[in-house]
Design a protein around this ligand. Structure first.
Ligand code: MTE
Ligand code: MO
Length: 392
């Protein structure tokens, strides 16, 4: 693979793997920067070299019956066409977080070895994505009506990239989501060409990527080449042989990939970012500040923080921005964004600070990582624990 033409990156990123480039911001950078994660600090997760896409005419949308309906669109002409519709007079801006399924993998690997890139707690980011709603693009190219295509077998939307991954034997990265998820009237799946008000940069998918909110990052395919309407779920490596959640007893000797579905939504998560896992402090006031988020558009109901290892809990105060910049009519909601939280206490001796979030469906994070250990090290959403050593 050729890594000689990688884009420039911010020097403060913590590099977990150089080739392919996988990096995350430090905890303090992630949480102190702003509610909206700056592009250069946003984590980068690649499975191969970052492609150079000059040929922006390549983008095409096809259906599962190419002979009947095959449409190719320059993405910018697609944008223009969409703008001509009464319902869409401009780019849609949405505040969406996504999180890598491997976020917090390093901590899971301490229980027992797992396979995959090690990540601390910052493989997550909250950005303003500008683009076209996938539902509108599909409608434009004549796929408005689920009923007319489901009998013919079109049940999934497949996203195919132009990058080259060794897991795909040198072929492109790909993934799919159920068509219904893309076409319901409240679907906020977006084909994005802007991030935080600027054109997408190469690391994040220039010129066009999909953002599937509430779902693990792996389904938000970058450097889109084509979109297909297909009968079966995408058969790509990252759908069928990776990013599935197995029980702790499954090992590389007895794994049967076909027994599990591709992971889509991520579970409820919270992380303290203002402190390292082991922190030395003087006795006195201490603040735990971090993020909380849940999958599937389920909001955060509350975040509990304990300053005594989980014996007693206080409810953290929370901050969630309503309304985002760049939106004229301000009808935006924050359901796909993260919540920042803060709790404070006096500390006099060694202790453990713990965070756990509860989402609006009353799902709560599991207490111990052992219970959710899995061989690929995905979805570590166990209570986040910080060990405090006091210096007297
Ligand atoms: N899309 C392509 N084409 N190639 C990739 O390697 N990685 C996926 C997803 N989309 C990937 C991809 C994974 S696992 C994640 S977590 C997100 O992109 C990361 O997106 P980011 O690098 O823009 O943060
Ligand atoms: Mo990921």
């Amino acid at each position: 693979s050729d890594y000689s033409q990688e884009p420039p990156r911010h020097p403060s990123l913590i590099i977990n793997s150089q080739e392919p480039f996988n990096a995350e911001p430090s905890r303090s950078a992630l949480i102190s920067s702003s509610y909206v994660t700056p592009v250069d600090l946003f984590y980068k997760r690649n499975h191969g070299p970052v492609p150079i896409v000059d040929d922006i005419e390549r983008f095409n949308i096809s259906t599962f019956k190419p002979s009947k309906c095959q449409i190719s669109n320059n993405i910018y002409s697609a944008k223009k066409k969409i703008s001509n519709k009464i319902s869409l007079t401009s780019t849609t801006y949405l505040l969406h977080i996504y999180q890598c399924a491997g976020n917090r993998r390093t901590a899971m690997s301490k229980v027992k070895t797992v396979k995959g890139v090690g990540w601390d707690v910052c493989a997550i980011g909250n950005a303003i994505w500008g683009g076209a709603k996938l539902a509108d693009v599909l409608e434009l190219v004549g796929i408005p009506n689920l009923a007319s295509i489901t009998p013919l077998g079109g049940k999934h939307v497949e996203f195919i990239s132009v990058d080259k991954c060794k897991e795909e034997n040198g072929g492109p990265y790909k993934a799919s989501i159920p068509l219904i998820q893309a076409t319901t009237s409240d679907s906020e799946v977006i084909l994005a060409y802007e991030m935080n008000g600027e054109p997408l940069n190469r690391d994040h998918g220039y010129p066009l990527r999909v953002i599937v909110p509430g779902v693990i990052g792996a389904r938000s395919v970058k450097w889109l080449d084509s979109i297909n309407i297909i009968a079966e779920e995408c058969q790509g490596f990252f759908m069928q042989k990776d990013y599935k959640m197995f029980p702790p007893k499954i090992s590389w000797e007895n794994i049967d990939w076909s027994t599990r579905r591709p992971q889509m939504d991520f579970p409820v998560q919270s992380v303290i970012c203002s402190l390292e896992d082991v922190t030395q402090v003087k006795p006195g006031k201490i603040t735990a500040h971090g993020y909380a988020v849940s999958g599937g558009g389920r909001g955060i109901e509350r975040v509990d923080v304990s300053f005594d290892g989980g014996k007693t809990w206080v409810e953290a105060s929370r901050y969630q921005k309503t309304g985002i910049p760049y939106v004229a009519d301000d009808k935006s909601n924050d359901k796909w964004a993260w919540v920042l939280f803060e709790a404070e206490a006096e500390i006099s001796e060694n202790t453990e600070i713990v965070a756990k979030a509860v989402d609006i469906a009353a799902n709560v994070q599991p207490e111990n990582v052992e219970y959710i250990w899995n061989l690929r090290g995905i979805l570590n959403t166990s209570w986040h624990r910080i060990h405090i050593h006091t210096e007297h």
